[in-house]
Design a protein around this ligand. Structure first.
Ligand code: NAD
Length: 305
């Protein structure tokens, strides 16, 4: 008999979180006549960035956060973005500021992210927030990593004492994830593009978290029976590049859109072997938005203290 894993539905869990955030905002409005405010700086016309920003605006509207998008030309200079951030840093009605990445080549992204006031840095990318995370001090934690920990908690999957393998070591996912797992007393192995034998590190893991942007990186033989798999990757596969299995599985997507989204895990082969797995889409993606909204509420509450 083929055992099918429990799907960890980020869509469902994120809806619960949004409900909780919405209820707190309603209370804040009633008691203090204030709502949290989020400003997003969007540069250029990158279609993926536009979709992400639209989703963030939609999330804000759902829970009662005031949102503003500042759309700048892709010829913008670092100084022009810094001037915009300075204005937002000084506004009392804006509690969260985020700059949609990637920025065009001429812009110094590091300088831009450093300019956001750490108290308003709802993406949690500022070195002050990163440093506080290392020191286990209260801070704004990047949304995708905190969303992953929240997903595991709400599925009653404990991290304490578990062997966790994190595949990917980026500043926005892999590194902060690793710190959060350590803070929960997991034993963490971090892998990246230069890791010599990835399978050796994944096959004994109780929990595998993958964030690489490499479709089909994690295969059936790399995963222990009964493991938990969290797939962070988002890869757009067009009809031309799809395998016959994927064409069949995602038939509707290909017919409607000519493409589909998959993660970094060979889902169809890995699923029967594991105890829990997060799907793509509908897994980590919606959690990221929900945790961003939660961070904006947190920033607003801190500002009101
Ligand atoms: P990144 O490009 O900054 O980092 C990729 C990481 O993967 C690096 O550590 C690299 O060394 C590692 N890597 C690449 N190829 C590898 C291989 N063959 N073996 C082992 N390690 C390898 O990427 P990122 O910004 O962390 O994003 C990773 C993926 O997660 C992307 O697909 C991105 O779209 C997705 N993502 C999803 C969400 C979400 O909300 N669901 C949020 C952020 C990123």
């Amino acid at each position: 008999m083929i055992k099918i894993a429990k799907l960890i539905s980020g869509s469902k869990i994120s809806a619960q979180i949004k409900d909780e955030v919405q209820a707190e905002i309603a209370q804040m409005k009633k008691e203090k006549n204030k709502v949290p405010g989020l400003a997003v700086i969007l540069v250029g016309e990158n279609p993926a960035s536009k979709v992400y920003v639209a989703n963030k605006e939609k999330g804000c509207n759902q829970v009662g956060i005031h949102s503003e998008t500042i759309h700048m030309e892709d010829t913008v200079s670092t100084e022009e973005i810094l001037a915009e951030i300075d204005k937002l840093n000084n506004r009392d009605d804006i509690h969260g500021i985020l700059v949609q990445l990637p920025l065009p080549k001429q812009v110094d992204s590091g300088k831009v992210l450093m300019a956001i006031k750490p108290e308003k840095d709802v993406d949690g990318f500022h070195p002050v927030n990163m440093g506080k995370l290392v020191a286990q001090q209260d801070c704004l934690v990047p949304a995708t990593p905190s969303g992953i920990v929240e997903m595991l908690k709400r599925e009653n999957i404990t991290l304490k004492g578990k062997n966790v393998t994190m595949v990917g070591h980026s500043e926005i996912v892999g590194k902060p994830c690793t710190l959060l797992f350590l803070n929960e007393w997991a034993t963490v192995t971090i892998c990246h593009i230069e890791t010599k034998d990835l399978k050796m590190h994944t096959q004994n893991a109780d929990i595998i978290v993958v964030a690489t942007g490499v479709p089909y990186l994690i295969k059936e033989d790399m995963v222990k029976q009964g493991a938990v798999v969290i797939d962070v990757g988002i890869n757009r596969i067009t009809k031309e590049d799809a395998s016959p299995e994927l064409l069949e599985w995602r038939k509707q997507d290909f017919e409607k859109k000519g493409a589909t989204l998959i993660g970094d895990v060979d889902f169809q082969k890995v699923e029967p072997k594991v105890s829990h797995i997060s799907p793509v889409p509908g897994g980590v993606g919606p959690m990221t938005i929900a945790m961003l909204l939660k961070n904006t509420l947190k920033a607003a509450k801190t500002a009101a203290e």
